[in-house]
Design a protein around this ligand. Structure first.
Ligand SMILES: C[S@@+](CC[C@H](N)C(=O)[O-])C[C@H]1O[C@@H](n2cnc3c(N)ncnc32)[C@H](O)[C@@H]1O
Length: 353
């Protein structure tokens, strides 16, 4: 049984099932709309690309990309026969055309001549698909990776992290940032083997998943620069110690989102459904300006320093700025502050009240 749903400029058939799980005959998760919105906003900042959606499920991503973006070519694939048939049906329903395949994602990628954009969006870990995706991402291309095994990356199963991501996680207030950085380093190490330097241009953690977009530079010296930026953070890692964002890109995405460029459907724009995305991008825009790996968790410091009263986040940020440092909220945690202020100075401000 299928029902019609609207997302962005697309209208598609999805299974009627109440519970979102990988047991669905064809997978569709409305929560991942934001993931797809961000993908479209980001890709709009680049010239038309050849796009591969190797795990397309209902086809929602490929259909939206076709309708909401200029592109060179789009190919959607899923090894599930039911998905394959539904993608074709949804494609017709939306009056769009792209190539649809029904094969293993790795075979599809490896048998291709490569793509400018590859979107790895599996159930759980992206590990099985990294090698083929990295091999087939073009020079200056963009590789997007979603990981939903956040528990393994964030410290719930340290042995699993070591096995799957070759690093040690840390279960604390910063675990989502360290987990995301561990994932990034793993992808970069796969790239290093093929002399491909994968530079994060937009990364985030949300709901049940991590997401990163990496630009591919080709050449040994670029790779050497990347590997130099791997190290430990607070006993977690090795992980990526470089920037998580391209500041200019984040700015452009935020601006274009405010302008209401997404989705193209004006009715949705009027209802201001993009508020969550605009706020999310605004926080990331501000934190991307701060040159600091990791953030301070106010609750953790207050507990450690035995401070009685917790200062309001806005007040604390103002005091940090008054002391000549930068400060911003972080999308990783509601109680976190990203700042270049040294720990001692911050603790002193909090103690003084
Ligand atoms: C999380 S869903 C993808 C969701 C989709 N990208 C979206 O935005 O709605 C993962 C999909 O990957 C497919 N899949 C898993 N392993 C695969 C493989 N080895 N080759 C091709 N497709 C695969 C599954 O059938 C499933 O449809």
């Amino acid at each position: 049984m299928y029902k019609l749903v609207k997302e962005g400029s697309a209208e598609i058939f999805v299974p009627v099932e109440e519970k979102i799980s990988k047991k669905l005959p064809v997978f569709y998760n409305p929560v991942m709309k934001l993931n797809r919105d961000i993908t479209i906003l980001l890709l709009r900042q680049f010239p038309p690309l050849s796009i591969c959606d190797p795990m397309a499920a209902s086809g929602i991503r490929a259909i939206r990309l076709t309708k909401e973006l200029s592109f060179k070519s789009i190919i959607a694939n899923d090894y599930n026969k039911k998905s394959f048939l539904l993608i074709k049906k949804n494609m017709k329903l939306n009056n769009v055309k792209f190539v649809v395949k029904n094969m293993d994602a790795n075979l599809l990628l490896l048998n291709s001549n490569g793509f400018d954009f590859i979107d790895i969006d599996p159930f759980g870990t992206p590990n099985n698909f990294l090698d083929a995706a990295v091999k087939r991402i073009s020079r200056r291309g963009i590789l997007a990776v979603t990981a939903t095994d956040t528990a393994a990356l964030s410290g719930t199963y340290p042995k699993a992290t070591l096995r799957k991501y070759w690093a040690l996680p840390k279960k604390d207030a910063m675990m989502h940032e360290t987990g995301l950085r561990i994932l990034i380093r793993k992808i970069q190490l796969i790239g290093a083997q093929y002399e491909k330097a994968l530079v994060p241009i937009f990364s985030y953690s949300k709901d049940h998943y991590f997401r990163v977009f990496l630009r591919c530079d080709k050449g040994k010296s670029y790779v050497d620069e990347i590997v130099k930026m791997h190290g430990m953070l607070d006993n977690a890692g090795p992980l990526w110690l470089g920037s998580l964002w391209d500041k200019r890109l984040v700015n452009k995405m935020h601006k274009s989102c405010i302008k209401g460029s997404l989705p193209l459907n004006s009715r949705i724009k009027k209802n201001n459904k993009n508020k969550e995305l605009i706020n999310f991008l605004k926080i990331i825009k501000e934190e991307s300006k701060i040159n600091a790996v990791g953030f301070y968790d106010i609750h953790e410091i207050v507990e450690k320093e035995k401070i009685r009263e917790i200062m309001k986040k806005e007040v604390l940020m103002k005091k940090i700025k008054d002391n000549g440092f930068k400060a911003a909220e972080t999308h990783f945690s509601g109680t976190g502050i990203r700042s270049d202020i040294p720990y001692g100075r911050l603790a002193a401000i909090l103690k003084k009240g």
